[in-house]
Design a protein around this ligand. Structure first.
Ligand SMILES: Cc1cc2nc3c(=O)[nH]c(=O)nc-3n(C[C@H](O)[C@H](O)[C@H](O)COP(=O)(O)OP(=O)(O)OC[C@H]3O[C@@H](n4cnc5c(N)ncnc54)[C@H](O)[C@@H]3O)c2cc1C
Length: 499
């Protein structure tokens, strides 16, 4: 097995996850409760069968990670569980506030030690190799691997495979403010779409309510767990704990979309740059013990969360929609699988419940592996595939085009396709995308591919899918909130786009 990554192996979102992984482990908690919490957060758009599938496999997934050496926090001999917004029980296993990093380290160590796994970083996949690239066209529609550019040499290599798995993460960088790493440009979603796979629910873009407001550092997330452990949201202009006016029962533990919209409303109403997240009323030792990474990072920026509030703003955080997959992680295309944030599996519906996303990666990662192993002998061998053709392109002399378009996309997506939408704003975004599509296609057709150009092309493609999906949905549900269709329709329906 060969694993490609477009940068270093640990540059995905996984290593950045702070909070933890959800699983039913507390006495008194049940799979039914976890299923119900997931369905409530997902505003009923979830596929209940898939939710049950994932939730019931969560405890075993945690055990597998422990066996691989992930040092989950314990208390009195049992796993320590925290509680996060939208969860009716303490359910989140964690490694202090750096869970993702611990998981990444353990998985990478295991992969490096495995004799059948070859890890190749710094390979930016450009497109899937499909039947269209066969030396003798078969018309079967299979996927046979990827073409990828080597970041260090600029050479484009063909990596063929009987089975190809996209685990390329989300598309957060379509937005100006995002907690996701720089590489979250929706490459896998765009590649699958171009190759002919359906994508679903791309309008369901989650905004994390509490990203640190700091103009030097635009993507530092302050985990949900700070609210879970007692943190309060306060309007710095009025000094008032404002969630009382938006969700008096659940307050700061309301689902993310509710909290993000409340902060957005306060910021817009009072002309603020940020609101305050305050946990300084809790004992300083407690805060330091629960949030060592955040505490230290903030101290470096001159903020002491044990004595005063943290300035926060909402930022794009999670891509709920993506490539349509079944319970084995199979896409529409023979030989192509997908898992994790690049998919629309049916788990999240219209909004992801906190800490269900890493869980989805582990459950579907295993399902994909099992399916490929079981089907291996029946998978057809790879035919001859044409090498990448660079005969008609030259080196770019106008890199500024990339920078200009990149910034423009992220800005209009933020302003027109953000937390609160209208049809007019979506149409404005759509017309800008149309203009830019010709320019980027022209550029792509004439110049040698570079990582920046690949990402720009994908970013634009994904922006188009998000806007098109948002225009399709004539209701407000979960993360999709539009002033023109404020009501929720009686029966939930996926937005499925067919290439
Ligand atoms: C700050 C932050 C905190 C989070 N906290 C939590 C949490 O507490 N709990 C939780 O459940 N979830 C959390 N999430 C969400 C969760 O981390 C992600 O949903 C999950 O890690 C996604 O994993 P993935 O394997 O799908 O993608 P990633 O981990 O993002 O990996 C994507 C991989 O694909 C590679 N790739 C992408 N494009 C290409 C290309 N063109 N060519 C080659 N390789 C490519 C990248 O190099 C990378 O290695 C958090 C996310 C963020 C950003």
């Amino acid at each position: 097995m060969t694993v490609l990554a477009k940068g270093a192996l640990d540059e995905g979102s996984t290593a950045w996850a702070q909070g933890g992984i959800a699983a039913v482990l507390e006495p008194g908690d049940t799979f039914d409760h976890h299923v119900e919490d997931t369905m409530v957060a997902g505003a009923g758009l979830n596929d209940r069968g898939v939710v049950e599938f994932v939730v019931s496999r969560a405890p075993a997934a945690i055990e597998r990670l422990r066996a691989l050496g992930v040092p989950f926090a314990e208390e009195g001999g049992a796993l320590h569980l925290t509680r996060e917004g939208g969860h009716s029980h303490r359910r989140i296993v964690h490694v202090a506030d750096a869970t993702g990093w611990a998981v990444q380290e353990a998985l990478q160590r295991a992969a490096e030690a495995h004799p059948n796994i070859t890890l190749i970083p710094h390979q930016v996949a450009i497109d899937l190799a499909t039947s269209r690239h066969e030396a003798r066209y078969s018309g079967a529609g299979n996927v046979w691997g990827v073409y990828a550019v080597d970041r260090r040499t600029g050479a484009v290599n063909l990596h063929t495979a009987r089975a190809t798995v996209l685990a390329t993460g989300g598309a957060g960088r379509t937005y100006l403010f995002s907690t996701a790493p720089a590489g979250a440009t929706g490459d896998g979603i765009a590649m699958a779409w171009r190759a002919g796979a359906r994508v679903a629910n791309m309008e369901m873009m989650q905004f994390h309510p509490t990203c640190l407001y700091d103009l030097r550092l635009k993507n530092f997330l302050v985990t949900e767990a700070v609210r879970g452990e007692g943190g309060r949201l306060v309007n710095p202009a009025t000094g008032k704990r404002f969630m009382e006016s938006y969700d008096p029962e659940r307050l700061e533990l309301a689902p993310r979309d509710v909290v993000a919209r409340a902060i957005d409303a306060e910021i817009k109403r009072y002309g603020l740059d940020y609101v305050h997240l305050d946990i300084s009323h809790m004992p300083a030792d407690f805060v330091r013990a629960h949030f060592p990474t955040i505490h230290e990072k903030l101290l470096g920026l001159g903020i002491d969360m044990t004595t005063g509030p943290i300035p926060v703003v909402p930022a794009q955080h999670y891509t709920c929609g993506g490539i349509v997959v079944d319970r084995d992680g199979r896409t529409d295309l023979p030989g192509l699988y997908a898992a994790g944030e690049c998919t629309s599996s049916g788990l999240h519906g219209a909004n992801r419940l906190a800490s269900n996303s890493l869980l989805e990666c582990f459950v579907f990662g295993e399902a994909v592996a099992d399916h490929i192993a079981g089907a291996w002998d029946a998978l057809p061998p790879v035919p001859a595939i044409r090498p990448w053709d660079e005969s008609r392109v030259t080196d770019s002399d106008e890199e500024v085009v990339i920078k200009q378009n990149w910034t423009e996309i992220r800005r209009f997506m933020w302003n027109y396709v953000g937390i609160v939408r209208t049809t007019k704003r979506l149409q404005r975004a759509a017309s800008r995308i149309r203009l830019m599509t010709d320019e980027v296609a022209d550029y792509y057709g004439h110049f040698r591919v570079t990582p920046d150009l690949i990402e720009l092309r994908n970013l634009l493609q994904v922006a188009e899918l998000i806007v098109r999906s948002a225009l399709h949905r004539h209701e407000s549900r979960g993360l999709h909130y539009t002033l023109d269709w404020p009501d929720t329709l009686a029966s939930p329906r996926d937005t499925v786009l067919v290439p």
